[in-house]
Design a protein around this ligand. Sequence first.
Ligand code: HEM
Ligand SMILES: *[C@@H]1O[C@H](CO)[C@@H](O)[C@H](O)[C@H]1NC(C)=O
Ligand SMILES: *[C@@H]1O[C@H](CO)[C@@H](O)[C@H](O)[C@H]1NC(C)=O
Ligand SMILES: *[C@@H]1O[C@H](CO)[C@@H](O)[C@H](O)[C@H]1NC(C)=O
Length: 509
Amino acid sequence: MLAIVVIPALLILWIITSIRRHNKSGLKDIPNAHFSVPYSRLWLLSIRWRKKENRSRIYLHRRLGPVVRLAPRELSVNCVEDGIRTIYSAKFDKDADFYHALVDQTGFMVTMIGNDEHRRRRRMLAHPYSNSYITNSGTIDNILSRVKHRLQEGMAQWASTGASVDVYMQAKCSMLDVVTGFLFGSENATDTLLDPSFENDLTTLTQATTKNLHVRTSLEWPMSYFASWIGGNVRPDPVARSRWEEWLTQVITNSYRSHPTKPSSTASLYDHFYDNFKAADPEMSLNDMASFIAVECDDHLSASHIGLGILLSYTMYELSRAPHWQHALRKELGTLNEPSELSLAHRLPNLRVLDAVVTETMRTRAPCPGPFPRLVPESGCRLVGKFDVPGGTVVSSSAWALHFNPDPFPVPDEWRPQRWLEADEKTEVEMRKWIWTFGSGARVCIGTHFSARVMKELLITIYSNYETLLDEEFTESVEQEDVFSSSPLAGRIQLKFRRLTQPDTMVVA
Ligand code: HEM
Ligand SMILES: *[C@@H]1O[C@H](CO)[C@@H](O)[C@H](O)[C@H]1NC(C)=O
Ligand SMILES: *[C@@H]1O[C@H](CO)[C@@H](O)[C@H](O)[C@H]1NC(C)=O
Ligand SMILES: *[C@@H]1O[C@H](CO)[C@@H](O)[C@H](O)[C@H]1NC(C)=O
């Protein structure tokens, strides 16, 4: 009886206070994504839960402009000047609630919330990821030549049998083999192009984490807590997990042992991280150091494995749909036959078609669409010159919404490498500002130069001597899943390989 009176009364009270609060909120002039968003987060959580955040953000911004309110204290921002330039600066901390829901483990760079702590760690990790280091690294030369060799063996076989090949898996294997070599030295690199069982373990683990992450970021506490009870949280496969952890422990131990005697020409990332941690804090215990380095390495490893696997395989897929771009690319790769003093890594910037093809895929198939939420500092901020946003508001952008904006990118849904080749200098500079595959600002991805070099060199290996074709029998969806880390929905991408016969188009790479 009491419930019949009390519950509606509480409800009415709640509605009145929400409306009052909304009326006072500095956010009330900002267009609402849905009529309910000033009062409740449910709408935002529901699009995330139904895996529609991508499409929703794209169309909302087309309809409502560059700033849209998604929840009582959350905004989506979709412009560069006075937008991402502002909110991804060092003044804005990461939103702890979101990033802690994202991962089990904290204490590595991506999950650091405050910018001071982050700046110190970034200084320790960033040097071997700089452009000049990546371009000149002998360790990367070594590991890439091994992986290219493996890939060539594979392609020779696929072409001769006419097999249908899951290039998503092959791309993930290639990337895993490269990044483990860079992290721990080629003697401890994985060889999953030859034996993919290890890659399968990692993919199994990643899928479990992705599901977890989707559940956690789209439910409000205490729902996410109950969801973990009823099995909403997927338990990572314990066998795969222990195999993986055992391997990581072994290579880290080996890296630690071989560190003192290693010549700098064969230094791996581990060696740099070790020296930098030691220099920053000589008192740190060995165990602490080993575990800090291990979680950073684990993170770099999975970013390369999945992120670059997605990008490489989608580039191959788009090229298979557009044979004339394969042709243009091959013609450009022919220029590599001209004698040169420079290494391949130093010649990459001259390959404009290759760059256009890769950049356009980064635009249409960004592997991490976001959102990457930040907290407005106490002093507040002003967006697009007219909205004064109070401190404590969560603001975020999404790569897909930026990339599918028709202003910088006319006909945004189409994969059109020519937009990068035909644009005049000014337009190109403007378009590049909108590319957000790796984020931007103080916490932009440190893996961008590494990613570009590895992606491009592997594409050269593939397209110098082979053609790729669509497999007509493969009809599953190659759309990306609309979640934080976006693999193809089918879980695979099937293509066929054909060896080129005209000797004049063949390249030694
Ligand atoms: C296609 C591949 C990749 C994509 C799409 C990607 C994307 C991103 C994005 C969007 C961020 C910003 C996240 C945020 O603001 O919360 C980020 C950060 C980061 N990425 Fe990547 N990444 C890729 C590859 C890599 C690779 C290969 C590495 C290392 C080997 C790496 C290491 C990192 C690290 C350490 C951060 C954190 C930087 C910081 O907090 O200062 N990523 N990445
Ligand atoms: C909202 O605030 C304005 C003044 O800022 C006031 O005139 C108006 O009555 C308020 N509306 C409600 C529903 O509280
Ligand atoms: C790493 O390399 C060392 C030295 O070659 C070797 O003894 C060790 O077995 C390797 N460990 C793994 C897990 O590959
Ligand atoms: C995101 O939206 C765009 C535009 O509708 C679409 O082309 C793309 O496939 C979508 N991606 C996902 C993963 O939903």
